[in-house]
Design a binder for this molecule. Structure first.
Ligand code: SF4
Length: 321
């Protein structure tokens, strides 16, 4: 039996640009423009890239918070976007999403116990009389105390709120969690605690993660595989060790060169990219990165590079590799 849990094939998500009195569609923002990858059970793939590259749209499309424009997303062999609503409801507990700012998804007037418990009630996962006990159990697993169950969201710190966000996902016994910038808003010491918690939970509960982040140093700690996105397309994908040791795409090389080195005696030359990321409503012709690429050649302005297999588990979209 295949151990592939998630298979994303040629995923496209375009958002219409509307204008005029009749709100006619005058163009499209190509947030995600044909990406593919597979994820095995127990793996963690890091989806990295600058803000606006489409990584969050990928995560939301996978759990069907967005409808997609084209492509397929198969979870345990089931085409997620072809499912009717009643069947999707059964699948939802198995695919969860944790946001960067869990506070915004918590009602300030509802106690944490109710906020976490309402999902299990909704999906009929356990009996009403057992919900509080189950919530306490999950709070403890996520490093919170049983007495927190009766507190309100404003009584928690940023790190504790993120633990609540994780507990909300975990209580549904998911197989797969999309973690959308889960530690970006936290102090470095708290980031480490949350990363450790996620790693422990993954081992105990046999979880599979899609970890969305703009921070490669965080990704290096938790991911087994890394995919680099630029302007809605995949630039490079490889196992973590391969990508950090042997980055081939000029964009990946620039991102890696910006990671601070803790040892002050070591130096690394920083590759500074010129210009801003172009608009996904009007991406450059040819290789989308050519307007900022320090190694661009004439062909890059005219021909879109294929996302090619270059050996082992390494894939890259670049003419000069
Ligand atoms: Fe740079 Fe050309 Fe490679 Fe694109 S295809 S990354 S522009 S060298």
């Amino acid at each position: 039996m295949s151990d592939v849990l998630l298979e994303v094939n040629n995923l496209k998500k375009y958002f219409p640009i509307r204008s005029g009195v009749f709100q006619q569609t005058v163009g499209h923002v190509k947030a995600v423009d044909g990406i593919s990858f597979k994820l095995k059970r127990g793996e963690t793939i890091g989806l990295v890239g600058e803000s606006g590259c489409g990584k969050s749209t990928v995560g939301r499309s996978i759990v069907r918070l967005h409808d997609i424009t084209e492509g397929t997303i198969r979870f345990k062999g089931t085409d997620v976007h072809a499912l009717p609503r009643n069947k999707l409801r059964k699948l939802r507990p198995k695919m969860q999403l944790v946001f960067q700012d869990p506070y915004s998804s918590l009602n300030p007037r509802i106690r944490i116990g109710e906020a976490i418990g309402e999902a299990v009630m909704d999906h009929g996962i356990c009996r009403k009389s057992e919900v509080r006990e189950r919530v306490r159990e999950v709070l403890n697993i996520c490093g919170l105390a049983s007495y927190h169950i009766d507190r309100y969201p404003h009584e928690f710190s940023g790190g504790q709120r993120q633990r609540i966000g994780i507990a909300r996902a975990l209580i549904l016994n998911p197989d797969f969690i999309v973690l959308d910038e889960p530690v970006s808003a936290l102090d470095v010491s708290i980031q480490a605690q949350i990363i450790n918690l996620l790693s422990d939970l993954q081992e105990i509960q046999d979880l599979t993660y899609l970890f969305i982040s703009h921070d490669l140093s965080v990704v290096e700690h938790i991911c087994t595989k890394v995919a680099v996105m630029y302007l809605g397309s995949m630039a490079e994908m490889a196992s973590r060790d391969e990508l950090f040791k042997n980055p081939l795409h000029p964009y990946t090389q620039a991102l890696l060169s910006a990671i601070p080195i803790p040892d002050p005696t070591l130096r690394r030359e920083r590759i500074v990219l010129q210009g801003d990321i172009p608009s996904p409503a009007n991406p450059p012709f040819g290789c989308k990165f050519h307007t900022r690429c320090p190694q661009a050649i004439d062909k890059c302005k005219e021909v879109v590079p294929d996302f090619r297999h270059v050996g082992g588990d390494h894939y890259v979209a670049c003419h000069i590799v």
